[in-house]
Design a protein around this ligand. Structure first.
Ligand SMILES: NC(=O)c1ccc[n+]([C@@H]2O[C@H](COP(=O)([O-])OP(=O)(O)OC[C@H]3O[C@@H](n4cnc5c(N)ncnc54)[C@H](OP(=O)(O)O)[C@@H]3O)[C@@H](O)[C@H]2O)c1
Length: 351
């Protein structure tokens, strides 16, 4: 397959590096925007043609590089407006030159969170095919201000730019070629090793949809091909920019289910003496996600990927429980770190 189209990925980390792999496989000419030389070397070894070193706050640098690309994909974080503005400036410059651009942004389904703090399982399910459901979330929901800035920008480019927002749920999975982990379940595992038990917030009854990172990467490609083959002025592109991705359907695990698996597997591996999951006291939240702990691992967030399934995408990877036991936990247990010094996740918190 020969594409030759130029794609620019901002922040090819756990999610984006897997997308980069698929773009390279389909012969897109890919440039990654990274902040570390070691990571630049890694993505070049994966087939990226180029790597630009910079920070997300280097707005002009992002715009200057993005402007020469047909496709721009932001996978660094769902919460950084300056880098999104930098991309939109590039889309604008291309628009003024009569060039079309595809821009896919990455948000996250904590935008759907309900503040449950683990106390109940919600009946509320969001379908991406119903834009009114996605748009019903409050403007101050996590990620929403960024998503709204992108949604509102589309009017400027109608007829030229094709802009979409992928909204992934809890991501799991592992690519041994990359050696990168996701956020929530590894953090809960490190907490369990430090404290001797696997835990959950409140009663642990809230549920979140989930997706394997390789299924997610394929979802980006299905969406990209859809955008490439659909006119920018078509109602599908103009009316609804949102795409969910999920594996679980109605079988979302509760946070207590997640903790039970972590407890059972760590117990089996000889790392904790009691496999029974327990409520985590709020005074220990700094060993998880600090003040974001309840919104990140105590929320209900039930999403349904109606649109991508309609385009032929379907998840094929192993389930979250199999992936944890077979792939993620062995990698975590091999980490060379002082397990008792672990004091919470330090990256940008998300899903
Ligand atoms: N993982 C999930 O469960 C999940 C679910 C839903 C939504 N999301 C959203 O997706 C985003 C990416 O998730 P991920 O799991 O792929 O995270 P990740 O592995 O940390 O990837 C993010 C990439 O962005 C880079 N980056 C971060 N801050 C930067 C900065 N200031 N300047 C330049 N590069 C920067 C990181 O660089 P380094 O490699 O140098 O750290 C990393 O390579 C999350 O932040 C979240 O908003 C994630």
């Amino acid at each position: 397959m020969t594409s030759g189209k130029k794609a620019f990925i901002v922040g090819p980390g756990f999610i984006g590096w897997n997308v980069l792999d698929l773009l390279v496989k389909e012969n897109y000419v890919v440039t990654g925007y990274v902040r570390r030389q070691a990571h630049a070397d890694q993505i070049k070894a994966s087939g990226a043609t180029d790597a630009v070193l910079g920070d997300l706050n280097d707005k002009n640098l992002i715009t200057d590089h993005a402007v020469s690309h047909d496709i721009i994909i932001h996978t660094a974080t769902a919460d950084h407006l300056p880098s999104v503005d930098a991309i939109l400036d590039a889309v604008q410059q291309r628009h003024e030159k009569g060039l079309s651009t595809i821009f896919i942004h990455t948000s996250g389904t904590s935008v759907l969170g309900d503040g449950a703090k683990g106390s109940y399982k919600s009946d509320k399910i969001y379908h991406d095919s119903m834009i009114s459901e996605v748009d019903s979330v409050p403007d101050n929901a996590p990620h929403r201000q960024i998503d709204l800035a992108i949604v509102r920008s589309r009017e400027r480019f109608s007829g030229k730019a094709k802009i979409a927002i992928i909204i992934p749920p809890l991501i799991y999975g592992f690519n041994p070629n990359h050696g990168r982990l996701t956020i929530q379940i590894p953090t809960l595992t490190r907490y369990a090793i430090k404290h001797g038990y696997a835990g959950y917030i409140g009663a642990g009854l809230a549920v979140e949809s989930n997706i394997h990172v390789l299924d997610l990467a394929r979802a980006y490609m299905v969406l990209l091909h859809h955008l490439e083959s659909t006119p920018a002025g078509s109602p599908d592109i103009l009316e609804n920019p949102y795409y969910f991705t999920e594996t679980t359907g109605d079988k979302e695990p509760s946070w207590k289910d997640v903790a039970a698996l972590i407890g059972a597997e760590l117990h089996k591996a000889g790392h904790i003496s009691n496999p029974e999951p327990q409520t985590i006291p709020p005074e220990n939240y700094d060993d998880l996600f600090g003040s974001y702990t309840a919104p990140v691992i105590g929320l209900n967030s039930r999403s349904r990927a109606v649109r991508l399934r309609g385009l032929g995408w379907k998840p094929v990877e192993k389930s979250w429980a199999e992936s944890y036991a077979q792939d993620e936990l062995p990698f975590i247990l091999n980490e060379e770190s002082d397990r008792h010094a672990f004091n919470g996740y330090k990256g940008a918190v998300a899903s």
